[in-house]
Design a protein around this ligand. Structure first.
Ligand code: TRP
Length: 453
């Protein structure tokens, strides 16, 4: 295990981790949840969940990964030999797979929209056209699957190249590009006449719209956004060297992630309001409303292409971190070579993932097949986001407090005493001991209906 591939620079650590956090969550889920659940009020609740649950779980995962220097299954086996804690690692691998099944499908739509926008499909478009284009794509029996496979080929090639030559190098290049492209979209949107209303929508909280459901959704989004609760950050943490300041890294990543989400909101909502559309279009916001909105502005088609390109970048760097979880496991625990492990995982995702692609809409081939009342597509999302991630996050913080213990935690957070951060350690310990678990338990029991508030 001596020659484990690692991130070589602090910048690489940051771009790789941020690359995992920034994804469809920022550009697709965050804006449409904000639109549906009341704008700034939702964002406030979301921020509270990030601070009290998202960041603490992320730091805990870094601690476990770096201390064990191993994939999630191996990490728990190493730190708690002879116990059943390694099952959290398996739950993480299962969750990565489930998320990849539908994530690659949505990413495939995004890839295809780059070419549609580039080819001029949405120039002077009408609502009927945009609805029709999206409907035709997601109900096709083969097109979404073809794109899903293309997505998997792209992501796999990067993963095969390795942690340093693949993940670190690609995210160092792509994250700055993403940022600049997003800035371009922001400048355009904010200089539109009537942009004011969209800005108010994002920044003026209206707490009347809040209810219990919103809080559950905000916690789920905080986990999903920060890629925590399923071993991704254990895996990435295991590629950090001993100089990285773990709490500082988590806070930087969380802040930048929120910045990107807000920038995505600022690219979308001013334009939505300026052209008289509704902010609460739901999942269709990205694929139906956005092409409509952009087609109404000067140079809209170029901007739309840029917008989908940056979304594709965000989704691709996030998928790298998802695929890395099973790959690290197969290489380290099962002895496969990195290319074999990657190809095995990708082929499995392609085969099972086609059920997500073929059930995304009621009119899709498998769109009417229901399991526990949900389509395949929704089921994968539900099990991973609403069950495996909160449970995984809960057990991760329980592990830190009750198994790893405060002494080892203090050593890991202070880089073996090199950092003088006793205050941070104490604060962190108190939060993960009392607040984070309580918050997750209450929200989780409420969401699965065992406890009602
Ligand atoms: N955070 C990514 C997003 O916002 C998705 C993601 C990547 C993820 N890796 C993850 C979610 C691990 C949960 C767990 O789109």
């Amino acid at each position: 295990m001596q020659n484990r591939d690692k991130f070589t620079t602090s910048l690489g650590v940051l771009t790789a981790t941020l690359g995992s956090a920034v994804g469809l969550g920022n550009i697709w889920k965050f804006p449409y949840f904000t639109g549906q659940y009341g704008g700034a009020a939702f964002i406030v609740i979301y921020l509270i969940c990030v601070v009290l649950a998202g960041i603490p779980v992320m730091v805990s995962e870094f601690v476990i990964g770096r201390r064990a220097n191993s994939n999630p299954v191996g990490a728990f086996k190493k730190l708690a030999p002879g116990s059943a804690w390694y099952l959290i690692g398996y739950s993480g691998i299962a969750a990565s797979f489930l998320i990849m099944l539908f994530y690659t499908s949505v990413a495939g739509w995004v890839y295809s929209y780059i070419f549609r926008a580039l080819g001029g499909t949405f120039i002077n478009t009408s609502p009927e056209t945009t609805v029709g284009v999206f409907g035709k794509l997601i109900t096709s029996y083969y097109e979404p699957i073809v794109w899903q496979i293309i997505v998997l080929i792209v992501v796999s090639s990067i993963i095969i190249a390795g942690v340093q030559k693949g993940i670190e190098r690609m995210t160092k290049t792509l994250m700055p590009i993403l940022f600049v492209l997003l800035l371009l979209c922001d400048i355009r949107a904010l200089t539109l006449p009537g942009a004011q209303k969209g800005i108010e929508f994002l920044f003026k909280p209206d707490f009347v719209k809040l209810n219990r459901e919103v809080i559950i959704i905000a916690l789920g989004l905080a986990f999903f956004k920060l890629s925590v609760g399923m071993g991704t950050m254990v895996t990435y943490g295991s590629y950090f060297d001993n100089r990285q300041n773990l709490p500082a890294t988590a806070i930087k990543v969380a802040l930048s992630d929120i910045l990107v989400s807000m920038m995505a909101g600022l690219a979308i909502f001013p334009a939505v309001f300026a052209f008289g559309f509704e902010p609460d279009a739901g999942p269709g916001l990205l694929f139906i409303t956005i092409p409509m909105v952009f087609s109404k502005m000067p140079l809209g088609n170029i901007l739309l292409t840029i917008f989908f390109l940056l979304t594709a970048i965000a989704a691709t760097t996030a998928m790298m971190s998802l695929l890395e979880v099973p790959v690290a496991y197969l290489v380290e625990e099962k002895g496969f070579s990195r290319p074999t492990a990657t190809i095995m995982s990708a082929v499995t995702i392609a085969l099972l993932g086609s059920t997500a692609s073929l059930s995304a809409d009621a009119g899709s081939l498998l769109g009417t097949v229901k399991i526990f009342g949900k389509t395949f597509f929704d089921l994968y999302d539900y099990i991973s986001s609403n069950i495996l991630m909160p449970v995984g996050g809960l057990f991760t913080v329980l592990f830190i407090v009750w198994i790893l213990g405060k002494k080892s935690l203090a050593l890991e957070l202070s880089n073996n005493g090199q950092l003088n951060n006793k205050g941070v350690v104490n604060l962190f310990y108190t939060v993960v001991k009392y607040i984070t678990p309580l918050l997750i338990i209450i929200i989780f029991l409420d969401s699965i209906g065992i406890l009602k508030f």
